[in-house]
Design a protein around this ligand. Sequence first.
Ligand code: SF4
Length: 195
Amino acid sequence: MFDTVKKNLEARGFSVRTFATAAEAAAYLNETIDGRTVGFGGSVTLKDMGLYELLGSHNEVHWHWVNGQEERKAAMGTQVYLSSANGLAETGEIINIDGSGNRVASTLYGHEKVYLVIGRNKLAPTYDEALWRARNIASPKNAQRLGKKTPCAIKGDRCYDCKSPDRICRGLVVLWGPMMGMETEVILVDEDLGM
Ligand code: SF4
């Protein structure tokens, strides 16, 4: 199912690997990333794959979901950074929406290499549909997960473009390609992963 998006991502300069299962993708990352400093972005995908525990046995790992808010800064200075995405267009654009900014900032600058681990449920045919997915599916689910007082968290049905103090959607980043000087590898998994 990834033939077209893989071709389009590679044409934009991303490295791409595809895996049938999350377990196979986790095994690949565990074998590839060794003896490095590794930062984690907030991601249900990474959490469910157990990557912090796997990589932590032979890398120096930093994740604010495990060790508190100070880890955000430590994660920004690592050699390697891992995140997922909120939407991926079959045409190759990678979309992320963020509240604190650390996650999207790290997909733009500051690391030697970034891995983006993306399940099949994040894929949409076009850029507009991938953006719609990020705003109307991923963000409301994340607001619900975080217990935010936003209209989307109550119903979980769509984005209301709220002006709530609890709004988690503060910035939108679209990667048209890997940033200069920072290799970005997209790990596509043929399973539903994350929000
Ligand atoms: S902008 Fe507000 S309503 Fe829309 S998804 Fe984000 S938090 Fe929810």
